[in-house]
Design a binder for this molecule. Structure first.
Ligand code: GLU
Length: 446
């Protein structure tokens, strides 16, 4: 192939999961890197479900993989399922047999069971890995390995090689655990006359203790992260940095920016540590900047769980939007939009002793502060009852009497809980009537 055709040759990558389990972070990252590389080069990204293992493959796992990729925004251009390609493999198996490059072998153990073995030429196989450099294997150790159970039933190595060739895959980007599979696959490529794709084996993902990432380290399935309230944009951004980085200080990358900047050359050799604090931080950054309507929509499922007790209704969306607006500054995940927020929808219940600020001497003084707040807020017009206006009315008094002494009982009267946003923001959301009402209730308690 001359240089020109080489250059013009379309780049085609693939993600080839076996549907024997749900989509995990490792698989999703492999898919992402393949997707980014294909898009960056104006090429194509192929999704191939490797379901030759009939016992272990399940439709529900395939669905989980597809849904996970869709959620992440990793779109494929072509889709294949190995279970539908039996005729193609058969053709290659027959050819290998008739060429004398494979043979039927009677298995000694058990009853008259036969398999198809590859006739290993026992050569040294050398390949260049984009990330790890030159790798050499002596394939003599591999023996005449099994490539199919029978003419209709290829095993993993054969199916992968046939598919990558037939589908025209140019670059194989996959986990480092596949390095040891590569020599066998190259031998089969040579035997069927397939061209050799370019390999890039990406580093394993490790937990904080530097052992291979697993369930032990918390959630590992993509869907679990989705349910916990991580945003797909943040998760993509996070995964991109598992083994890659732009080589400078930038940390926030949209999918489009990743497509521009991603580079196989910048992928590290060493394991990529999965850092949950970093994921949380990234997610919080996206939550802070997200369009408030979309954020509210995404938070609703988490809120309705919280609010079912207080008869959550559709028409409360505007109020919820305001709640999210003040909460998002401190949220790491969408799930955190929940928590203690019932007080926005119903009268808080609390013991009157709660109204007493720790540095205040007694409840008589507390009562006096609440009465004063009530007096200061009454003249405020309902239509200008904003957090800022409320603050303006009360601030001088609070400064004079001690902020805690005044603002603590104010906040407690409105929320009834120890931790909540500041009383001004809460008052704005409750509105004048309800704020006055709750202040009055607190005074009556005392
Ligand atoms: N189906 C294989 C797996 O799930 C991947 C094959 C490949 O990437 O070559 O691990």
């Amino acid at each position: 192939m001359n240089e020109l055709t080489q250059k013009n040759k379309e780049i085609r990558t693939r993600f080839a999961p076996s549907p024997t389990g749900v989509l995990h972070v490792g698989g999703a990252r492999t898919a992402l890197f393949n997707y980014l590389f294909a898009r960056q080069n104006g090429g194509e990204f192929v999704l191939r479900i490797e379901d030759t293992d009939k016992e272990r493959s399940k439709k529900e796992y395939e669905d989980d993989i597809l849904n996970g990729l869709k959620w992440l925004g990793i779109e494929w251009d072509e889709f294949y399922r190995q279970s539908e390609r039996g005729e193609i493999y058969k053709k290659y198996i027959q050819k290998l047999l008739s060429d004398g490059k494979a043979f039927i072998s009677e298995e000694k153990e058990g009853k008259s069971k036969s398999v198809i073995r590859f006739k290993n030429p026992n050569t040294k196989v050398k390949f260049n890995d984009e990330i790890r450099g030159e790798i050499e294997f002596d394939t003599a150790e591999l023996g005449d390995f099994v490539i199919a159970k029978d003419e209709e039933t290829p095993l993993y190595h054969l199916a992968v090689v046939v598919d990558d060739f037939e589908i025209g895959i140019t670059h194989i980007i996959r986990g480092e655990d596949h390095i040891s599979n590569t020599p066998r696959q190259i031998l089969i490529q040579d035997a069927i006359g397939a061209s050799r794709p370019i390999y890039a084996h990406i580093p394993l993902i490790l937990g904080a203790d530097r052992s291979k990432l697993s369930k032990r380290h918390g959630a590992a399935s993509v869907n679990e992260y989705r349910e916990k309230g991580y945003l797909p944009e943040a998760f993509v951004n996070f995964m991109a940095f598992l083994g890659w980085n732009p080589g400078d200080e930038r940390e926030i990358f949209s999918m489009d920016e990743l497509i521009k900047e991603f580079s196989l050359k910048k992928i590290q050799k060493g394991g990529a540590v999965f850092n949950t604090d970093r994921l949380n931080w990234l997610n919080s950054q996206y939550i802070k900047k997200m369009d408030i309507d979309r954020l509210t929509e995404l938070c609703l499922p988490y809120l309705s769980r919280q609010l079912s007790a207080v008869s959550f209704q559709e028409d409360q969306k505007e109020k919820i939007k305001k709640i999210i607006e003040i909460k998002r500054e401190r949220m790491n995940t969408l799930a955190e939009a929940g928590g203690e927020i019932e007080y926005f929808f119903e009268q808080p219940k609390y013991e009157k002793e709660k109204l007493l600020w720790k540095k205040e001497k007694d409840l008589t003084a507390t009562k006096k502060h609440l009465e004063e707040i009530l007096k200061l807020l009454k003249p405020l017009d309902e239509t200008v009852f904003s957090g800022e206006e409320v603050k303006k009315m009360i601030w001088d008094y609070a400064e004079e009497q001690g902020r805690g002494n005044v603002l603590w009982p104010f906040r407690m009267a409105l929320t009834g809980v120890d931790k909540s946003p500041d009383p001004f923001s809460v008052a704005e959301i409750l509105g004048k009537k309800e704020t006055i009402n709750r202040l009055q209730n607190a005074i009556n308690k005392l």
